[in-house]
Design a binder for this molecule. Structure first.
Ligand SMILES: [Zn+2]
Length: 282
């Protein structure tokens, strides 16, 4: 069967782990159907690299189209400064950017939960929502154990640009609330794990209309691609079709139709006016 056209909505393909073979993997991903991938920001000090990697990929002979989504990640909150917000805005002005990401709230660890740290996360999240509003861009959300608080801030801002709740880990009610706010839910290789019951329930309840795919590479390697239990296997954009396969089986849907629906969802979330490509061998 010919590869189905897909878009990887969340990658950290710019990180040094890919420096030695990025273009080989980009070509492989393209051959596997990945027509575009989003390069996600997390630290201002990496913005230049993010742009360079985008150019590196887009200048290669056979490649998925690389799109930019710079932002300041909540997990690295102690490293962000107001100067970095200005650098982000500079990037929004100088580059073609599809979204601001990844931004949001993270209270996964005890440290991240501390009142002072959490208040700072909220401040940077709000500031980036303001930028998204100002530049009319969607946002790519990172949320861990802070779904209610994230929704509150989005509501407070009357945020209308939507985007993607990446690697969605919330429950059914939270999923519905994000969808109501105009967001799609990002599905990673976690879906391939038979023990991810809560995720499977969310997926089956909300259905294909509200989902997009992502690898979140180099993390979240699909179970089938993991080579060992002891060592983490590096995830790559070429593994995205495995996420589609698994999603199709949980939704009990035919893959071709699902890929087409997901393509449309992704274009809606990122304001891309791309029609679904003809399925052809390259
Ligand atoms: Zn990420």
């Amino acid at each position: 069967m010919l590869p189905l056209p897909l878009i990887d909505t969340h990658t950290h393909f710019d990180v040094p782990e890919f420096d030695h073979d990025r273009l080989v993997l980009a070509k492989l991903a393209r051959q596997c159907g990945v027509q575009a991938l989003v390069l996600i920001g997390f630290l201002a000090e990496r913005f230049d690299t993010l742009v360079q990697v985008q150019q590196q990929i887009n200048q290669a002979a056979e490649h998925p189209q690389a799109l930019l989504a710079p932002g300041l990640h909540p997990f690295y909150i102690d490293q962000h400064t107001t100067e970095h917000l200005l650098q982000l805005e500079q990037l929004l002005k100088s580059q073609q950017v599809v979204a601001i990401g990844e931004i949001g709230l993270d209270t996964f660890t005890k440290d991240m939960k501390q009142a002072k740290v959490f208040a700072r996360q909220q401040k940077f999240f709000s500031a980036q929502l303001e930028l998204a509003h100002q530049y009319n861009l969607p946002v790519l959300l990172h949320i861990r154990r802070a779904h209610a608080e994230t929704l509150n801030i989005l509501k407070k801002h009357r945020f209308k640009q939507g985007g993607i709740a990446h690697a969605f880990g919330g429950g059914i009610q939270e999923a519905k609330a994000f969808i109501q706010m105009g967001f799609k839910l990002g599905v990673t290789g976690q879906v391939t794990n038979p023990n991810a019951k809560r995720l499977h329930q969310v997926i089956e309840t909300v259905g294909a209309d509200h989902l997009v795919l992502e690898t979140d590479c180099p993390d979240m390697t699909p179970l089938c691609c993991q080579q060992s239990h002891e060592h983490r296997t590096r995830n790559t954009p070429a593994n995205l079709p495995f996420v589609l396969d698994s999603l199709a089986s949980y939704l009990q849907q035919e893959k071709q139709a699902l890929a087409r629906q997901i393509w449309q969802n992704t274009c809606d979330a990122l304001n891309l006016d791309w029609s679904y490509p003809h399925v052809t061998a390259i």
